[in-house]
Design a protein around this ligand. Sequence first.
Ligand code: SF4
Ligand code: SF4
Length: 417
Amino acid sequence: MRVIENVVTLSNAPIPQDADNVYFIQVDQTKCEECGECENHCATGAIQPKDGNDGPRTVADPATCVNCGQCLVNCPYGAIYEGVSFVDEIFNALKDPDTVVVSMPAPAVRYGLGEPFGYPIGTYVGGKMFAALRKLGFDYIWDNQMTADVTIMEEGTELLHRLTGKIKKPLPQFTSCCPGWIKFMETFYPELSENVSTCKSPIGMLGPLSKTYGAEVTKARPEKIYTVSIMPCVAKKYEGLRTEMSDSGFRDIDATITTRELAYMIKKAGIDFKSLPDEEPDFDLGDSTGAATIFGNSGGVMEAALRYAYEVVSGKKLNDPDIKAVRSHKGVKAATINVPKFGDLEVCVVSGLANAIPILEEVKQGKSKYHFIEVMTCPGGCVNGGGQPLFPDVREASLLRSIIARINRRFNMRKMG
Ligand code: SF4
Ligand code: SF4
């Protein structure tokens, strides 16, 4: 086992049956300064002092951890690491001439990958990312943005069918693409499972498409296709290992890596990222629209689905496709969207799981006025996911907060003593 840029690489990636028992996130006890900042960013209480009230923190129970990685990105001392990495396995697959290795990058990765190579935070580096994936030796780049578009069409259609009673499922409909949110719902609010869209996430759709349609168009044998999901998110590693992700007849997603790990792989391979020309993904499963691009932002899934639903119901195109009312970096943002021929659609965008709890309680009690609710685990959406590069200013802010908390604790103890 070796540690690379806050990633622990295990040569033996876990087998699918183990996903619920795997520690995707763990704490290096020797580095933990006991500041408690991680607990402030954990909505489930999964990270706690190992020995009671104080002491080094640990993820005590993988069942309650939704693998979001928010503790990891906010730990000021770099004490939290990923417990699972497929990097070694992917390098081996890339060396094997008999394996067809497919890369499937998520929308938000192309806005995070530049930062480890010296680009300002948030710079779009999609063209260079595609070029780097080819240099690394991936046989195909099938863009996850393509199935973000499919998700929007499916989820928008499902919402319309729920609204019109064509399918007998309750309202509000929740989005289903965020794996942290899905595990949270399954663990803490299983009674709301019928409210969650039945659509798979974009990567949940692209994995089986790669091994069925992709195999057909490239004449590759599906058993020889090795699919690599590239995500801004640690929880996607859990999603990829879920046993039900096998609609292709094989494991739909063979490996999942984060943006951080892709940056590591590019550096490890000695690729000069900045000098790469801009390239495109492979067309067969690589074409997408602007609606897919906004998926990575909080409110993006909602906005894209609303554009689709608006056009289907009203038969008209929106004069302005930007539905700014649902764009949000706030914890909760509600809006009323008037859809001709339907009326007012009440929607809500939630970012950060702790902010979802009051909204979920309302739905549970049958008091919610909403028709459609987007939930993203990470504040601001996937662009701020737990698998994105670690921003020094986030760490500095966490460090400052942890120092202030310590001073307050000492001051209170002195007062008590
Ligand atoms: S945030 Fe503080 S308490 Fe939590 S693991 Fe890091 S150093 Fe330890
Ligand atoms: S990964 Fe998320 S749920 Fe798990 S301990 Fe960290 S903050 Fe809590």
